[in-house]
Design a protein around this ligand. Structure first.
Ligand code: ADP
Ligand code: MG
Length: 601
């Protein structure tokens, strides 16, 4: 069963949850990260060195012109050396920056890919209840969009931010050494920024997260509408659906505009703070140059440092919104990752040499979110026995058979295969021993041949054709222009219901499982199509254990035993002929079916 495994974790900040999420993916990239960091440090060092040639040049030129500067006077060589030094520093800085960007972008891409693979693996392992309850569009968004956003923001906002903060630290030290008084102005500026940004960043975070959530909602609405487009068109619901889509879109836009507005406000406030600080440094620094405590070159150096150190603050304002959008994405991925599945492989699975197909339900109780739908079921089925499971809709028939492949686990009791509890068998062995066919068979957007081959991936073309013949499918397949190479449409929509079932039967034939479970495979088919499907099933179930959930009397009468489930309990159990003779309920069911015309089959 699926459940969210914590409240405590949900209290953590989105940023911390995001970091915890990617941490395991970062470990294998250690070497690359270290390389990136070294390059980044080189970038920072050269950034700090960058204004020095200019300072040197200015002071030496002024000294040459006779100003009272404590500096050696300029010569042509010094001037040219300053130019060359500047060029070298800029080139080295560019190289460092380039290498850092490449390293971190590589790390970003690798981390995103492995996080995506981990999440996909996780989602695939989640039980059907999760998939029944959740929008697949939402899951896809988390897998593709959210992880891409995390990656993009980490490399385009996170990395520059890190570089800027490092630069800020180093430059602060240099400034304090040069002139502690002036450095005080800079500190005051940081404090002012911290106050202003803490006021607005909470609101920016909130609006940005709402934007991200709104976008996800939008994708769900779109998927829901498009996947039911036939109903929408048939009932003329286009304008209703468009309105819902428009509303979802509008609310996401409103929040987005709000977030951008707030971030822009913070950025301009930061500009103002920087302006005040620069003016302060100019005035005070000018006075100190006049009094000879500072050289003109040092003042230039100082203002240039000031501009560079203020950049992280401006960027922080600019990136706040983007980073919180990204952490909202990280949170969505972490939420999905936090859903746990209790249906897992045992640590030491029992391996069965040969599955015989004996099934036993021992006091099995099954429930969905606490609501009991199967109550203390006891049922033994011998190898090779054919059992029809009948009963009203919602009585628990599908639940009973889904226990056999561990699509869900019982809350009480045990299900056994050949005397082994299912949770002691490996999931792969269990699922290859039990072939489960549903009413809505899914074909993948691939060729017919490959669709059948999914039953056993190493089957040869001849084997595929042989099972297609056995499943009454060969005829219609070769009737298509491309035969076995016909590509079926998305979700199999170009193939009729009966044809789909026969392809699924062919697939199951390849699998050659000892236990076959049919869950209403002929429901919704017309009598002729249903008859073809039943014919096709025959080779599938010879000498196999069969559980057939059905509403079809013909199917029930062909089985050696009928089990009637009503409201989660077994009401009747016996050979059809005996039930017909002894049970008025069963007789009434058969008669009602015949009266409705179903008996014509
Ligand atoms: P049947 O196949 O006999 O029609 P099911 O086994 O599908 O019945 O369902 C039995 C009961 O369990 C029904 O009341 C149904 O609403 C409920 N149910 C089935 N699947 C789920 C699910 N994934 N989550 C919650 N309830 C479910
Ligand atoms: Mg059902």
């Amino acid at each position: 069963m699926a459940r969210r495994s914590e409240p405590p974790r949900a209290h953590r900040s989105p940023l911390r949850r995001t970091l915890r999420l990617v941490a395991p993916e970062l470990r294998p990239q250690r070497a690359m990260i270290c390389g990136g960091f070294l390059a980044l440090m080189a970038d920072v060092v050269f950034r700090v060195l960058e204004p020095w040639p200019m300072k040197y040049l200015l002071d030496s030129v002024l000294s040459r012109l006779g100003a009272a500067v404590d500096h050696s006077p300029a010569t042509i060589t010094v001037i040219i050396a300053c130019g060359v030094a500047h060029l070298l520093v800029v080139a080295a800085r560019a190289l460092g920056n380039y290498l850092a960007t490449v390293c971190f972008a590589t790390v970003g891409a690798r981390v995103a890919a492995s996080l995506r693979a981990r999440l996909f693996h996780h989602v695939q392992g989640l039980p059907q209840q999760f998939h029944a309850r959740n929008h697949s569009a939402d899951t896809v968004q988390r897998l593709v969009g959210d992880i891409a956003r995390l990656q993009e923001v980490a490399t385009t906002a996170g990395l520059p931010l890190l570089a800027n903060v490092l630069t800020l630290l180093v430059m602060s030290v240099v400034m304090i050494v040069l002139s502690p008084g002036l450095a005080l102005v800079v500190v005051a500026c940081f404090v002012a920024f911290a106050v202003v940004s803490s006021c607005s960043s909470g609101r920016i975070n909130m609006a940005s997260r709402m934007t991200r959530r709104g976008e996800a909602e939008l994708a769900n609405t779109a998927q829901e509408s498009l996947s039911s487009i036939r109903t929408v068109q048939a009932y003329g619901l286009e304008s209703l659906v468009e309105r819902r889509f428009g509303d979802a879109s509008q609310s996401s836009v409103t929040q987005g505009v709000r977030a951008v507005g707030l971030a822009a406000g913070l950025e301009r406030a930061t500009d103002l703070i920087v302006g005040v600080a620069t003016a302060g440094v100019l005035v005070w620094g000018g006075l100190r140059v006049m009094s000879g405590a500072l050289t003109p070159g040092e003042l230039v150096l100082f203002t240039s440092y000031l501009r560079t150190t203020m950049k992280p603050m401006r960027d922080l304002a600019k990136y706040t919104g983007r980073i919180s959008r990204a952490t909202a994405s990280g949170e969505r991925v972490a939420d999905l990752m936090a859903i746990t599945s209790e249906i897992t492989d045992p640590s030491h699975p029992v391996v069965l040499d040969k599955v015989r197909g004996r099934i036993e339900f021992r006091g099995v109780t099954a429930a969905y979110e606490g609501v009991v739908v199967l109550d203390d079921i006891d049922l033994r089925i011998a190898p090779g026995e054919h059992v029809a499971i009948i009963g009203p809709s919602g009585s628990g028939k599908s639940t009973l058979v889904s226990l056999l492949v561990r699509a869900i686990d019982p809350v009480d009791g045990q299900v056994l295969l050949d005397g082994h509890p299912l949770d002691e068998l490996g999931l792969a062995q269990l699922r290859s021993s039990v072939a489960l066919l549903h009413q809505d068979t899914v074909l993948f957007a691939d060729t017919v041949r490959e669709n059948i081959r999914l039953g056993r991936l190493d089957a040869s073309d001849e084997e595929v054709e042989a099972v297609a013949r056995a499943a009454n499918a060969h005829q219609f397949i070769v009737g298509w222009p491309n035969g076995y190479d016909t590509v079926v449409g998305e979700r199999g929509s170009t193939v009729s219901g009966g044809q789909k079932q026969r392809l699924a039967i062919a697939r199951a034939l390849l699998r050659d499982s000892r236990v076959v479970v049919l869950d209403e495979v002929t429901t919704g088919l017309d009598p002729a199509a249903s008859e073809l499907v039943l014919d096709a099933i025959r080779p599938l179930i010879v000498d196999r254990t069969l559980l057939a959930v059905t509403h079809d009397v013909a199917v029930a009468m062909r089985c050696s035993r009928v089990v009637w489930i009503d409201r989660g309990c077994i009401l009747l159990d016996g050979p059809p002929a005996r039930l017909l003779a002894e049970s008025p309920t069963f007789r009434a069911w058969v008669q009602a079916y015949e009266n409705s015309g179903g008996g014509g089959r």
